[in-house]
Design a binder for this molecule. Structure first.
Ligand SMILES: Nc1ncnc2c1ncn2[C@@H]1O[C@H](COP(=O)(O)OP(=O)(O)O)[C@@H](O)[C@H]1O
Ligand SMILES: N[C@@H](CCOP(=O)(O)O)C(=O)O
Length: 326
């Protein structure tokens, strides 16, 4: 579920009076998502998503997130457009939480993505990177290599409860990634969580990207590494080369890769797998039993991490020489 903070009709009517979106017809809480409280609102002016930002979102980051969606939507990327209040602002306060309203995107996320969907995701990811290149606000990645050790220290003592041997394996993995993490790759605004549940499709065509609340400035190729992890493995744990090739192909049609980015891809993919393993492990160990949140399996990302460790070259993900800038 993701309604941590509830709102009543009276509060909503007062909130909507600040906007030019007509009057409230109906509203309901949205069960999906894990971070914030989301509501679907229908008004005489249209359909909107209302988000109340919960504890894990830092208030100081909200101008980045809201400004980024505004910037990308105005550049033609299909993503939620923040709705402007009559006084020109985007951020409000509702039920004691920072709140904002964005446009509703049609479509649904795919439970079983196919190679043609991966191609579209690659294209959309690159289009986002290009559209974000002149976004003026910066936000450092709060979950990059330097942030993994504190996360790990919080979970390390109990890691072997999840799988015997994890403690030693992650100790070595983390040390190796910390020492070898690349530098000097092309940077820009990345989505940083472009998983299938954050990409909408209508009849096999990508209709939009949502959930920009991990977006930040980091290596562009790290975002590709995140997508390879999230889109190109099968439920049995096997990497699907056809999907990898399609995703990379879609990406390079819009933004070709530099040779250094291709060379770093196996390491970036290992790092991305460790990042999602660590946040999932943290949630696995700290979410109280019975909480109304679906806990995600950390071991899924451990298996992906072990796969990436055996990769020598980005060609094993489906990258071809023609995909690179000369
Ligand atoms: N702009 C939007 N248009 C349509 N549905 C949306 C939109 N934003 C969010 N949703 C719905 O709300 C759910 C949770 O949103 P998400 O941003 O992923 O939440 P969280 O950040 O809490 O994980 C999505 O799975 C989707 O169903
Ligand atoms: N994609 C992450 C979890 C973040 O969840 P979201 O609902 O905000 O997309 C994972 O799978 O671990």
């Amino acid at each position: 579920m993701a309604v941590y903070t509830d709102v009543n009709e009276e509060q909503l009517r007062a909130f909507l009076a600040e906007y030019d979106v007509g009057t409230l017809l109906s509203y309901k809480g949205i069960a999906e998502g894990v971070e914030n409280s989301n509501f679907l609102l229908r008004t005489t002016g249209g359909t909107f998503i209302l988000t109340l930002y919960e504890k894990r979102v830092n208030r100081d980051d909200l101008p980045f997130f809201i400004g980024l969606m505004d910037h990308l939507a105005l550049k033609g990327l299909s993503c939620p457009l923040p709705i402007v209040r009559r006084d020109g602002g985007h951020l409000s306060e509702l039920a004691g939480r920072p709140a904002a309203m964005v446009s509703f995107l049609d479509g649904a996320w795919l439970r079983k993505p196919q190679p043609q969907h991966c191609r579209e995701v690659g294209q959309a990811l690159a289009a986002m990177h290009v559209a974000g290149s002149d976004f003026a606000i910066r936000r450092a990645n709060g979950l990059t290599v330097a942030d993994w050790r504190p996360l790990w220290e919080g979970a390390r003592a109990r890691a072997d409860e999840v799988q015997p041997g994890l403690k030693d394996e992650i100790d070595q993995e983390l040390a190796s990634l910390e020492s070898d993490w690349p530098s000097g790759l092309p940077e820009g605004v990345i989505h940083a969580d472009l998983f299938p549940d954050n990409v909408f499709f209508i009849e096999d065509r990508l209709s939009g990207l949502i959930d920009f609340y991990f977006a930040c400035n980091d290596f562009l190729a790290y975002d590709i590494a995140i997508c390879l992890n999230a889109w190109c493995f099968e439920p049995d744990g096997a990497f699907n080369l056809t999907k990898g090739m399609a995703l990379i192909d879609g990406y390079v049609c819009v933004r070709p890769l530099e040779p250094g980015e291709a060379e770093a891809l196996p390491l970036l993919a290992r790092g991305a797998a460790l990042r999602f393993f660590l946040t999932r492990l943290h949630d696995w160990l700290t979410t109280p039993e019975g909480a109304l949140v679906v806990k995600k399996d950390p071991l899924e990302y451990m298996r992906k991490l072990r796969f990436h460790r055996q990769i020598d070259s980005a060609s094993e993900y489906g990258l071809r020489i023609k995909d690179l800038t000369q």
